[in-house]
Design a protein around this ligand. Structure first.
Ligand code: SF4
Ligand code: SF4
Length: 433
């Protein structure tokens, strides 16, 4: 273990023993799930490196930035605009919430029937194992689902720099006004934190930086339309996950480099699985690092994942922000318009999401959709029923999976996924015979 990192983690107040245990589990899972894949693009080496240094070098970089006066803002949701943070000389990072930790302690703060994602956020804080959370000068919560909304009341007693953003629940004129007002309030809070006034120039530049990041990921997504598919769903998901941690410019460059390689692979008909391998679109709750359970099950059961309708995926990156404004007000309007299109299941009604899933299934030539709902996540589990119906109406197969971060149900989930893939294969055989 690098001694410099150990000192850094100690100074951040991490529980070194628990943190070591977490890194060891994470490292082993990464080896078993990612490094055993065949024919990975060479460019994935960058992401392997990022993951091997996710609590090391990246944290050191953030602390170096802090030493130079930059502020770090942590967030749990794609509704928190990175553009505003960047424009005020702050760095926005996603906070770990993809693994169970100190569950018994967590359940002293939250009811047992809370989704894994929320429990995980508490577990990482209570277990003192997240260097991102401990480095953050501001932690942003948001009033999205009821679970998060109420959980932030308790998180406020554990985190002394929590800022809570209100969010609309309906895509109405009033909803948009609420979002705009909340973004103005957030902008002021960030300016106070950093002591930097946002200018049209800084906001425009920030918009361009984030647009470039999103465009690179979108380019990667589009390349997954090819058959054979040039990159696994696991690797594409990893790139989407790293989006939330990495230095923006370096991330954009690395993703574009992989895309160049994938384009070559497509020209040469080189894929990670043979042509006509069943193609799956994943849809539903976000998958934060190191939540790789379902994609790993799908891709070790004879199918490939060709897209993610998720906040860690296309829902999070598909829309860009207009950068044509010349005043802060105009640019803030553009930011509001962009984020107001995010079709999270907290919105009611949420027809856009149903259309988007059907659209994605067609665009990525998916043979079936697996809807992933975290246990106790009311918005997504409730919405999975109309999603299934919308897909069935278009003749697209759908499997609804409800699970958590534990591995106890992995066998059962695998059995259902395998049966679904068999059903797809039967259909494909009939179509091709
Ligand atoms: S699913 Fe909704 S609450 Fe969760 S990150 Fe996405 S937008 Fe935020
Ligand atoms: S997974 Fe569902 S319940 Fe959990 S935080 Fe996200 S929207 Fe809320």
């Amino acid at each position: 273990m690098n001694n410099e990192y150990v000192t850094m983690w100690k100074e951040l107040g991490l529980n070194l023993e628990a943190h070591d245990a977490l890194l060891s589990v994470l490292g082993n899972a990464y080896k078993d799930i990612f490094l055993t894949q065949k024919d990975r693009p060479e460019g994935m080496g960058y992401f392997d490196f990022v993951m091997s240094e996710v609590h090391g070098l990246r944290i050191k970089e953030l602390l170096d930035e802090k030493a130079q006066g930059r502020k770090i803002i942590g967030s749990y949701c794609v509704f928190v605009p990175e553009e505003i943070a960047l424009a005020a000389n702050a760095t926005l990072v996603g906070l770990c919430s993809g693994a169970d930790f100190v569950i018994e302690e967590v359940e002293r703060y939250l009811p047992r029937n809370t989704c894994s994602l929320i429990k995980s956020a508490f577990g990482f804080k209570l277990g003192k194992v997240c260097p991102y959370l401990e480095s953050a000068d501001m932690v942003v919560g948001e009033n999205t689902c009821d679970g998060k909304k109420k959980a932030y009341e308790s998180l406020g007693s554990l985190v002394d720099n929590l800022y809570v953003m209100d969010l609309p629940q309906m895509k109405s004129g009033q909803g948009r006004d609420l979002l705009r007002n909340e973004y103005d309030r957030f902008k002021t809070a960030v300016e106070v934190l950093t002591d930097v006034a946002i200018t049209p120039k800084s906001l425009k530049n920030a918009i361009k930086t984030v647009n470039a990041k999103r465009s690179a990921l979108h380019r990667l997504s589009i390349l997954r339309k090819a058959d054979p598919v040039p990159i696994s769903g696991l690797d594409a998901l990893l790139a989407n996950q790293v989006f939330f941690y990495d230095n923006p410019a370096r991330f954009t460059e690395s993703v574009n480099k992989i895309c160049d390689e994938l384009e070559k692979r497509i020209r040469e008909k080189q894929g990670i699985a043979p042509e006509r391998t069943p193609r799956i679109l994943l849809s539903g709750c976000p998958m934060a690092v190191p939540n790789w359970k379902l994609p790993w099950i799908v891709e070790t059961s004879g199918a490939v994942i060709v897209g993610e309708e998720s906040c860690v995926g296309e829902r999070g990156v598909r829309n860009l922000t207009r950068d044509s404004g010349t005043t802060v007000d105009e640019l803030m309007d553009a930011i509001t318009d962009r984020y107001f299109k995010v079709d999270c299941a907290i919105f009611t009604p949420n027809e856009d999401r149903l259309e988007h899933i059907v659209d994605m299934a067609k665009t990525y030539k998916a043979d079936g959709v697996i809807h992933y709902g975290l246990q106790f996540c009311q918005p997504y589990i409730m919405e999975s029923i109309p999603v299934e119906k919308a897909l069935e109406d278009k003749g697209i197969l759908c499997l609804r999976i409800e699970t958590d971060y534990g591995m106890e149900d992995a066998g059962q989930v695998k059995t259902r996924v395998e049966a679904f893939i068999e059903q797809i294969k039967d259909g494909l055989r009939q179509n091709y015979c």
